[in-house]
Design a protein around this ligand. Structure first.
Ligand SMILES: C[S@@+](CC[C@H](N)C(=O)[O-])C[C@H]1O[C@@H](n2cnc3c(N)ncnc32)[C@H](O)[C@@H]1O
Length: 513
């Protein structure tokens, strides 16, 4: 544990969070009337409290023109993070070990983007104050900041469990992992007993159940640091205002639309409330637990409305899905909403973007429909809220049939898919999407086989690659072995080549030779 009560003996899990990509911050900005940051000429991006640095390293591999910096005080994070970046050939990232507040002033350049994910809740008031002061000094005018935190009221009935866990483990022998394990067992025992608090707070009971399947290293970092702040959106906006940072909007994208994030009975309420009042109302309506908020460095409050379409003009949009579904159910906060894009103008936009990523101006020109800019923006917003499409950093050619031979240009992606990388559920860098693209473990093996053996030999290669993982093959909930397993894997490989490979070419993850 360091002097600030922060546990350093247990590393944080090695997560990649693609939503921290510049394209997402830019999109939320444009959607809320704020100028996106230019990407093509280069930019400076900081991940404060970067953990093992997988997000920042993946993003650095997506944007060779960007300068990326990750700061973390834990040497067990920065050491492996720097080693991975070096092995993966990513040289536009600097991973700095240390307390951000103690760094030399010139260690971090003026920033276009700064992200603090999993940070603000878990440090004390003095470190939060220093973080705000750091952002005030470092973020350029017009720069964008993403901060996530545990929010109220969503944690109101779960927060007391933390006090109980910490009190229980005070005398338990062992390190943080053993203590977290003991605390989890203790809560499970309480859940089976007649505890009025749990009877009166079913959400706390459900959380105890969920904890039984959560990783212990995650539980250590969620509940056992000395400090743990739960905030209303209004608290954080007030803190960030000290750094000249104004609230812009939030992720996931659907939370920016009151029509999706408020129940019908509260729809009108948004119009009578201030922007932050509306956000707070949404958090009560949805019992929100985690907010991911975007801020802009600006002395002016963000503009809303009239400029929006012109702000979209320079943005690109596309999909990473092999075949997006035009009708989807999406969970926005704790609310499930059906979005239907099967017909009309939404369908035309859907089809145009499913075929090829384009910028907003290019999209409007192919739609050939007399529609207002406002409607075009709203349709796009809805397609992003449905998760079928996402912001891209550039355009690409239409889908093509997967050719006989491809190469994987990015050394980072080659490393991730190698046995030394993170081949289970890998997240690959797409320079076209400007974002990490998650694929499943089988698709990772299939991609390796395709690159190594070409289209004609990929199936021969993927069967032994799969066997080497030692995993059982499950088809229709049954374990399949022997010849039947080989046939099923070959069929999956054919599906990969038809559906996934063309999309991976479009995303710039592989390229025809
Ligand atoms: C919960 S982890 C989140 C890691 C990563 N951002 C993610 O979301 O996967 C928070 C990180 O902040 C780092 N941290 C906490 N206080 C810090 C400080 N004062 N200076 C630099 N890093 C700090 C911790 O070491 C830890 O790795």
């Amino acid at each position: 544990m360091n002097a600030d009560g922060y546990i350093t003996e247990v590393a944080y899990p090695d997560y990649c969070h693609p939503f921290m990509a510049p394209v997402w911050l830019n999109y939320v900005a444009a959607r809320n009337g704020v100028e996106p940051r230019p990407l093509a000429p280069g930019f400076n991006y900081l991940d404060l409290g970067c953990g093992l640095g997988l997000t920042a390293t993946t993003l650095a591999a997506c944007y060779p023109q960007g300068r990326f910096i990750g700061i973390d005080l834990n040497p067990d994070h920065i050491g492996p993070a720097a080693a991975r970046a070096a092995k993966a050939g990513v040289d536009n990232i600097e991973l700095i070990e240390g307390d951000f507040a103690a760094l030399a002033e010139d260690a971090v350049p003026p920033l276009d983007f700064a992200v603090l994910h999993g940070f603000y809740t878990w440090v004390g008031p003095e470190v939060r104050r220093q973080a705000v002061e750091f952002l005030r000094r470092k973020v350029k005018p017009g720069g964008l900041v993403l901060a996530s935190y545990n929010s109220l009221p969503g944690w109101a009935s779960i927060a007391p469990l933390r006090e109980l866990m910490r009190a229980y483990v005070a005398d338990v022998q062992g390190g943080p992992l053993e203590k977290a394990e003991a605390a989890r067992r203790w809560l499970a025992q309480l859940a089976r007993s007649d505890t009025a608090f749990l009877r009166d707070h079913p959400q706390a009971l459900a959380e105890i159940e969920a904890m039984q399947n959560q990783r212990l290293d995650y539980l250590v970092h969620e509940y056992f640091h000395r400090d743990w702040g739960l905030f209303y959106v209004t608290d954080v906006a007030r803190d960030f205002a000290q750094a000249g940072l104004a609230y812009v909007g939030s992720l996931p994208t659907g939370t920016n639309d009151p029509a999706l994030s408020l129940p019908a009975s509260l729809q009108g309420a948004g119009q009578t409330s201030s922007r932050l009042g509306l956000e707070l109302l949404k958090d009560f309506a949805n019992n929100e637990r985690l907010r991911i908020d975007i801020f802009v460095r600006s002395d002016e409050p963000p503009l809303l409305g009239p400029l929006r379409a012109s702000l979209y003009d320079g943005l690109y949009f596309g999909t990473a899905l092999p075949a997006p579904d035009p009708e989807v159910d999406v969970a926005i906060s704790n609310r499930v909403v059906r979005l239907d894009h099967r017909d009309g103008p939404a369908r035309a936009t859907f089809d145009a973007l499913a075929a090829q990523p384009r910028n907003f101006a290019g999209l409007r020109s192919v739609l050939a429909m007399p529609r207002s800019l406002k409607e075009c923006c709203a349709t796009l917003d809805s397609l992003l809220d449905g998760g079928q499409f996402r912001p891209f950093s550039t355009g690409a050619a239409p889908l093509q049939i997967a050719p006989e031979r491809v190469v994987m240009p990015s050394a980072f992606n080659r490393f991730i898919l190698s046995n030394e990388g993170k081949p289970r559920d890998p997240v690959l860098a797409s320079p076209v999407a400007g974002d990490g693209i998650a694929i499943d473990s089988f698709a990772g093996l299939a991609l390796r086989a395709y690159v190594e053996g070409g289209r004609s030999r990929a199936a021969d290669l993927v069967v032994p690659l799969f066997a080497a993982t030692g995993e059982a093959l499950i088809v229709d909930n049954r374990i399949v072995e022997g010849e039947a397993a080989s046939a099923a894997i070959r069929a999956e490989m054919a599906r990969f080549l038809d559906l996934y490979a063309p999309r991976l070419i479009q995303l710039g993850i592989v390229a025809p030779t």
